[in-house]
Design a protein around this ligand. Sequence first.
Ligand SMILES: Cc1ncc(COP(=O)(O)O)c(C=O)c1O
Length: 378
Amino acid sequence: MFKERLLTPGPTIIPQQVLQAMEVPMLHHRSDVFKKHLLEAAEGMRWLLSWDSDPLFLACSGTGAMEASLLNVCKPGDTIISVNGGAFGGRWAKIAERLQLSAHEIVVEWGSPVTEEQVRQAVSQHPTARAFCIQHSETSTTVLHPVEKVLSVVKSIAPQMITIVDGISACATAPIPGAPGVIDIFIAGSQKALMLPPGLSVVALSQLAWKGVDETPRRSLYFDFALERKALASGETSWTPASTLIVGLNAAIEMFRNEGLEAMYERHRRLSQMSHSALRALGCTLLASEAPCPSVTGFFPPSGVDADALRSEVRKSYGIRLAGGQGKFTGKIVRIGHMGFVDPFDVVAGITAIGLAIQKLGGTADTAAALSSIISEI
Ligand SMILES: Cc1ncc(COP(=O)(O)O)c(C=O)c1O
């Protein structure tokens, strides 16, 4: 028997403390008890994001929050600039098309981060664009974009442009790359390092973003941020919230507070470094060698070993679920998630399984050498 382990970049392993916190008789979302949970979660997320106002809680996955953000600050005919360096970066333009916005995409080679120069050029060409959209970590290519640097470029050319950061797979793994005002909208999602089941998104807005909301015609009832702001002021959400997940979020935030933010970011950095050195020792090639993100590592298996066969062998023989490639990397890469409730021994398990599976599939891999490359890091 092997334990089922989720080493995927979402959903992720949920700690016992969070599961237990959610195992309560169903709370009514208009009750005083739930109000307390909601306001505690708002305060906790303000702390986690170093934000100066309460974030909104939406009952939807991350894509819903991306769409809601554009819906609330853009009107038909507006232009947005988006960084497209992977499957999630490409999503902005797809949403824009549905919302009748025109998207100017900064196309980035998959596996590389966007550069300040690319951003400078795009913003100089479209200085009146309404919003600038980027992922903090592009989960599909496992790249961490230099968000803080590029947003300073955006703001130095066009201070009124609303910057939207999809921090869904980076939140709680890396420091928030800027203050409110540099980042105008920050999006987090539950099923990543927040260590919760899917279904809850958190969206934080700066004063500039709220001004943008106030001057934009309302186009959605469900995703009306102004209604949510009003509801939250009295400890509620406009619609039925993902209440159980909000209760769980408070337990997750308590764990973050106990570990400490710096220690948590440092753990993710170490888990990512351990994964890199071990995968290299197994003969794999890292996808994002220039700017890897701390939440997930993408790699090409050694030559002659099929990526999907490797992933399937790891799951069938050792119970560990890894993720495959998306878009143009489908069938070419494997991704190992190390975000959220992950410790060095989870990485040891993942690397051991990958090494053994490479051998089973006819490749050569010195699993013991790969493990010894990381043991000193534990
Ligand atoms: C960077 C990023 N953005 C957005 C999403 C949202 O996807 P979904 O709506 O499937 O949760 C994800 C999920 O994997 C992600 O990693």
